[in-house]
Design a protein around this ligand. Sequence first.
Ligand code: PNS
Length: 160
Amino acid sequence: MSRVAVFPGSFDPMTMAHLDVARRAAALFDSLVIGVLHNPRKAPLFAIEQRVEMIRASVAEFGANVEVQSFDGLTVEFAERHGAGFIVRGLRAVSDFEAELQMAHTNRRLERRVDTVFLMTALEFGYLSSTLAKEVAQFGGDVGGMVPPPVAEALAARFR
Ligand code: PNS
């Protein structure tokens, strides 16, 4: 039976930390569906279509077992729609743990067939967040190495 995982997130925008987790998850599972949450309660910097396109461009070299889709509603329902038995999340530091623990338990309570798998974010990207990358770009700083090239270009265009 093939092992399918989803990697959900806001990805506003994708960082090198997300990309690293996606690369490693793609090697662990038969297929990986990166799910970009459309959250009507949040005002993202990038529209959902643009976030999806930037991630598609960033993961293009990963191979055919990675796809990128937007979703709204529950992550476990997104996982079920894609026949996924796993949710992948990255952990940067202890500070991420509490919220991730709550989410993992909530998701398991909602759907026992779906398990959450955590990957430790690579050490060199452990400090990164989408929020920080946006702030650096907003004030004209260099985000090279913090975000994938398609995202760096989009940030530069946005704050030019
Ligand atoms: O990138 P983020 O913002 O840390 O990702 C959070 C995300 C999208 C994984 C989480 O908010 C989520 O799963 N939202 C979908 C709604 C849902 O399923 N809620 C119940 C479980 S927490």
